[in-house]
Design a protein around this ligand. Structure first.
Ligand code: FES
Length: 232
């Protein structure tokens, strides 16, 4: 099997006799047996920690769950500073959780919820912060201040939690460079290894924002804004 790995500015080919390995096992084999300078990230080796996300033939995958094919091109995630080979710096993307104020408040007095209510945001709680959705996002590519998919999914995870009785700060935080900057292109959805659909969570945040009195600024400006005297 031959695989190509994008290493900084060049693509390096490796001929391997290994079969039936995951990509992470293949990379580990290259590092231990062929070229110890190859850099990549990993942790749990079982699709849980999110640290091994990278791109194969242009699509984001977890290296520890992907079975490589002959001729695959392996590249690092996009739109994050490249540290070396397949390792990128995720600090900025992770910082969007803070900008989105995507957390619960200690004000809630509700301690127990029904299994049905727990199901509402069960999927969103499974996010492993791998960064695949940011790498796939064409808005984040051109708008680096965009809060982005996983932080908005996390925001919805708390806004939709019945134990959260005050979500005003989170909803306010996602109005700017957030829910209305998304084009709903769906690119973030098929790359999520957890089956989360950030696009749908963004739509839910828009709906909640509307209920709370916010308005899509693009929609408002297309009518000259409510202050112009336009009436519906
Ligand atoms: Fe943890 Fe792949 S090593 S998700």
């Amino acid at each position: 099997m031959k695989i190509d790995i994008k290493r900084d500015e060049q693509t390096v080919s490796y001929e391997l006799a290994c079969e039936d390995l995951t990509l992470l096992e293949l990379l580990t084999h290259i590092k231990t047996e062929i070229d110890s300078s190859l850099a990549f990230s990993s942790g749990c080796r079982s699709g849980v920690c999110g640290s091994c996300a990278m791109r194969v033939n242009g699509k984001e995958v977890l290296a520890c769950t992907y079975k490589p094919q002959d001729g695959d091109l392996i590249e690092p995630l996009r739109y994050a500073p490249l540290l070396r080979d397949l390792v990128v710096d995720m600090d900025k993307a992770l910082g969007f959780n803070k900008i989105a104020k995507a957390w619960g408040l200690p004000t809630s007095k509700i301690l127990n919820i029904s299994p049905k209510d727990a199901e509402i945001n069960e999927l969103q709680s499974d996010c492993i912060l791998c960064g695949a959705c940011y790498s796939a996002c064409p808005v984040y590519a051109v708008n680096p201040g965009f809060i982005g998919p996983f932080a908005l999914t996390r925001a919805w995870r708390y806004v939709s939690d019945v134990r959260e009785t005050d979500v005003t700060q989170t909803i306010a935080a996602v109005q700017t460079k957030g829910i209305y900057d998304c084009t709903l292109c769906n690119e973030c959805v098929p790359v999520c290894p957890q089956g989360i659909a950030p696009k749908q969570d963004i739509v839910m945040l828009r709906n909640k924002s509307g209920v709370m009195g916010y308005m899509d600024p693009n929609f408002a400006s297309s009518f000259g804004g409510f202050d112009s005297g336009f009436t519906f």
